[in-house]
Design a protein around this ligand. Structure first.
Ligand code: SAH
Ligand code: SF4
Length: 416
């Protein structure tokens, strides 16, 4: 593991104007930063409107988007196809400000983690995971956070145990991708800017469908040819099952969908993924089918089903058979995720033998089933380990601490 100390803001202007800008985000962290308008995270339409108000033509929007997202330029003076007058105006009135990086770590397996301090002081995390074969130009997947904490309290998730503080803004969401790409120049010997990230998954902290507009705006920039131009199959939104928003999603944007299922029946899912009490499996599967089968010519071929493997809880042969029956009519690929433990978690990871036996049942029933390789263990960068630091507005972390204390007292009493 390599821990990389952050440099003081003025030690290396070429790097720091990009990575650790001196301006801090406003309290809302929205488009205003220190009374300047933060252009990061603005859609093409919003930028067009901004330039219109400056008395400029809307095509300036695409020019500026290319500078920001394809060349990593945040200093308007370097945007050489803009007139000097416009560059001066932008310098006075606008900025391009990603969230502040306070810590970063590189794992021996190539995984990288960034910790951001967002407006309000909370910490959120982003992880870059290279494909196993580690080819120089191979797949590099960035796992992005959408909220500070999460209100949904899934029983096996450390983010859920911290409670919820606030939604991230579009600037803070797309800023995570921007910073990860900046790392190519900053942390390697490369002199040229290159967008290194090939795939994005909205699988960091938070429930993306509960922060709908900024998430969709950010994913639009990921897909836009004027920004990152990623293929729609390489941008994945993962949800625990916010059913009404799933219906909105396929009308608004064409991305891959992953569903955090984790249990094949309502009784168990109510326990593991409490939002199931509001939107039970029948409604969730119907919404997933609509996402796959919609008549839109842009239709998706399958959804990815995520299933965390918890020893003795959801990993029996019977559970696998129930899963086969549940997913019978839903074109899906199943991804089994070995549980990533966190301090005081009430679960253990299923054994490798159990995971393979479970996977065999799914394979034999005709499903494509993969077992997620846990990466970045040495820097706590695996799924469900994106801990961050959340000023809990739901008082969940206090309740969690209380339940840990009760469990410890019970264990002591049992020993007596
Ligand atoms: N809120 C969204 C996206 C973030 S969670 C969702 O729930 O889908 C990303 C994935 O990590 C989800 O599939 C989630 O269930 C899984 N996850 C959370 N905690 C985990 C843990 N401790 N071990 C393994 N996977 C975990
Ligand atoms: Fe929230 Fe997803 Fe964690 Fe559940 S698994 S608590 S929805 S981040």
């Amino acid at each position: 593991m390599t821990k990389i100390p952050m440099q003081p803001a003025d030690s290396s202007p070429a790097v720091d104007t990009r990575i650790n800008p001196s301006n801090s985000n406003s309290e809302q962290g929205a488009m205003q930063a220190n009374s300047k308008t933060n252009l990061l995270g603005m859609s093409q339409a919003q930028l067009g409107e901004f330039f219109k108000q400056l008395g400029e033509k809307p095509f300036r929007a695409t020019q500026v988007m290319k500078w920001i997202y394809q060349h990593g330029v945040t200093d308007f003076e370097q945007m050489t196809n803009l007139s000097k007058g416009l560059r001066d105006k932008l310098t006075q009135q606008a900025c391009v400000e990603p969230p502040e990086v306070v810590h970063k770590e590189f794992s021996d397996d190539g995984t990288r983690k960034w910790v951001f301090k967002v407006a309000g002081g909370s910490l959120v995390e982003t992880v870059l995971i290279p494909a196993d074969d580690s080819k120089v130009n191979g797949r590099k997947t960035l796992c992005i956070s959408s909220q500070v904490g999460c209100a949904l309290d899934c029983s096996f998730c450390s983010t859920g145990k911290q409670g919820f503080e606030r939604d991230l803004t579009a600037a803070e969401i797309i800023g995570q991708l921007w910073v990860a790409n900046a790392s190519y120049m900053q942390d390697t010997d490369n002199a040229e800017w290159q967008n290194e990230v090939t795939n994005v998954v909205m699988m960091g902290m938070g429930e993306p469908l509960l922060n709908y507009k900024p998430v969709v705006a950010s994913m639009s920039l990921m897909l836009s040819d004027h920004a990152y131009g990623l293929s729609k199959r390489r941008v994945t939104l993962s949800t625990s099952g916010v059913v009404p928003k799933m219906y909105d999603l396929y009308k608004d944007i064409d991305v891959a969908l992953a569903i955090s299922l984790h249990a094949p029946n309502d009784e168990l899912r109510n326990e593991l993924v409490p939002i199931n009490k509001k939107y039970p499996l029948s409604e969730l599967i119907t919404a997933a089918k609509a996402y796959v089968h919609d008549n839109n010519p842009r239709h998706k071929k399958h959804v990815t089903i995520e299933y965390v493997m918890l020893a003795g809880v959801n990993d029996s042969d019977e559970h696998a058979h129930q899963l086969v029956a549940l997913l019978e009519d839903l074109p899906s690929k199943i991804n089994l995720i070995p549980f990533n433990p966190f301090p005081h978690a009430p679960y253990e990871r299923s054994s490798n033998n159990r995971i393979h036996a479970f996977s065999n049942i799914l394979n034999n029933a005709g499903f494509v089933c993969t077992i997620r390789q846990t990466r970045g263990d040495d820097i706590d960068a695996a799924c469900g380990q994106l801990v961050g630091q959340v000023a809990d507005r739901t008082r969940r972390s206090a309740k969690w601490q209380q339940s840990i204390q009760q469990r410890q007292q019970q264990q002591l009493a049992d020993q007596d």
